[in-house]
Design a protein around this ligand. Structure first.
Ligand SMILES: Cc1cc2nc3c(=O)[nH]c(=O)nc-3n(C[C@H](O)[C@H](O)[C@H](O)COP(=O)(O)OP(=O)(O)OC[C@H]3O[C@@H](n4cnc5c(N)ncnc54)[C@H](O)[C@@H]3O)c2cc1C
Length: 389
């Protein structure tokens, strides 16, 4: 049977993979010239069950309000009135009581996805600058460390083995941190998480799909397609990131996805850069080493609509963070990037059949954890499709 995937980011490529494994004749429709060019291009590179905590909390709301007029703040909500943003925010607040349940579920999905990604990479020989050195969360303030201890109880319930470490132990785990004069109060470390380049993964898995699984790749301009034309021939899975609501609207469905902007910098030849991936909860910045030759720092969240402008005020905190923590690191060659996280108000991905067309399915809305969760949700949507055919 034929199946069509709309979108060639991480969610689309992993969906195409599991559809091909289930013996569908798959076509991937992508508006860009190559796969993995939009949000799945230069993200934080973490496959992180330890970043599963959903953002639905009153403390994040109060931080957002406090930072309203600070251009460089980790979380920034543009004051410009926008109906989509206001509606999304209201639903975000309504999901605060679900924070613990959704955090546990996200962590559980992430751990399963880790197994699936490792299996894909090993079975198919997909190279993506994978680094298996775990993730270290770093803290400067006792109150943040205390919060991390509470979150760790949720992660434990999901099966994540993350342990508290002293500042001295942090230096032993990642010696490059000794360059910094920053005073840490402690951290949390786990070895189950890992890192790797999302774009390389999409590109190299696409090659496997094309050559081994006979998947067709179609480049079409980003107009709204006649989805009925595809769905008459077999299942269609919409994996179009922040554009998914536009396609869903053409089907008659409504998806509550808002584009939450983030930034990254990629440094070439990063002598003296750390190898262990870091997560700094206070500044909302993550880092990863991408093989010998590249280092990436990424993060911050901006609610400012669909906008791809790269602003210096948002890039500067990433460079300052890198230079403060690693003053001996080479930061001469820096490439800035921005991307839009397809975020739902509950921060849970949308993995379901359409209400209007029984041959249309969604695997989208993965927000800040799309790289981490996609392999799991891709397998899940292919199982759902299997049950409906
Ligand atoms: C700064 C930043 C850091 C991040 N760090 C991490 C991290 O460390 N770990 C993690 O797990 N996640 C991270 N994320 C989140 C993750 O990158 C995203 O959730 C993920 O890339 C989303 O993938 P996607 O396939 O859903 O969307 P996309 O990658 O945007 O793919 C959607 C594709 O659909 C295509 N498309 C859209 N409309 C159409 C159309 N009409 N026709 C055809 N094609 C169409 C687009 O061109 C695009 O290629 C980060 C995000 C950002 C912004």
């Amino acid at each position: 049977m034929k199946a069509t995937v709309i979108g060639g980011g991480i969610s689309g490529i992993t969906t195409a993979y599991y559809l091909a494994k289930a013996e569908y004749k798959v076509t991937v429709v992508e508006k860009e010239r190559y796969t993995g060019m939009v949000t799945s291009f230069a993200n934080g590179s973490q496959l992180s069950a330890s970043n599963a905590e959903t953002w639905n909390s009153w403390s994040n709301v109060s931080k957002g309000l406090k930072w309203l007029f600070d251009e460089t703040a980790p979380l920034r909500i543009s004051a410009k009135p926008e109906l989509a943003k206001i509606g999304w925010m209201a639903r975000f607040l309504a999901n605060i009581p679900n924070r613990e349940k959704n955090t546990i579920e996200t962590c559980r999905m992430a751990l399963k996805a880790h197994d699936y990604y490792r299996a894909i990479a090993d079975e198919e020989g997909v190279e993506f600058d994978r680094v298996e050195k775990g993730i270290l969360h770093i803290y400067r303030k006792e109150k943040d460390l205390q919060h991390a201890r509470q979150v760790n109880q949720l992660y434990k319930q999901a099966g994540l083995d993350r342990r508290e470490v002293t500042a001295q132990e942090m230096y032993a785990i990642e010696p490059a941190l000794q360059q910094s004069e920053t005073a840490f109060v402690g951290g949390f470390y786990n070895e189950q998480d890992f890192t790797g380049d999302i774009h390389l993964f999409c590109r190299n898995l696409s090659k496997v799909l094309r050559h081994k699984y006979d998947v067709d790749f179609l480049k079409l301009p980003a107009t709204i397609y006649d989805i009925d034309l595809w769905s008459d021939q077999g299942p269609v899975v919409i994996c179009a990131g922040v554009e998914s609501p536009v396609l869903a609207k053409a089907v008659g469905d409504k998806l509550p996805i808002y584009p939450v902007k983030g930034y990254s910098i990629t440094l070439q030849d990063p002598v003296k850069a750390p190898w262990v991936s870091l997560l700094d909860d206070e500044t909302k910045i993550v880092s990863a080493r991408l093989g010998e030759n590249r280092f990436r720092a990424a993060g911050t969240a901006e609610f400012a609509g669909k906008n791809y402008d790269i602003k210096h005020a948002r890039i500067k905190p990433l460079l300052d963070w890198t230079q403060t923590l690693f003053p001996q690191m080479n930061t001469e060659y820096v490439t800035p990037w921005t991307g839009l996280r397809p975020m739902t108000p509950s921060m849970m991905p949308i993995v379901c059949q359409s209400k209007k067309n029984r041959n249309v399915f969604y695997n989208t809305g993965h927000g800040h954890l799309g790289r981490t969760l996609s392999a799991y949700t891709a397998k899940q949507i292919v199982d759902i499709i299997g049950k409906t055919q």
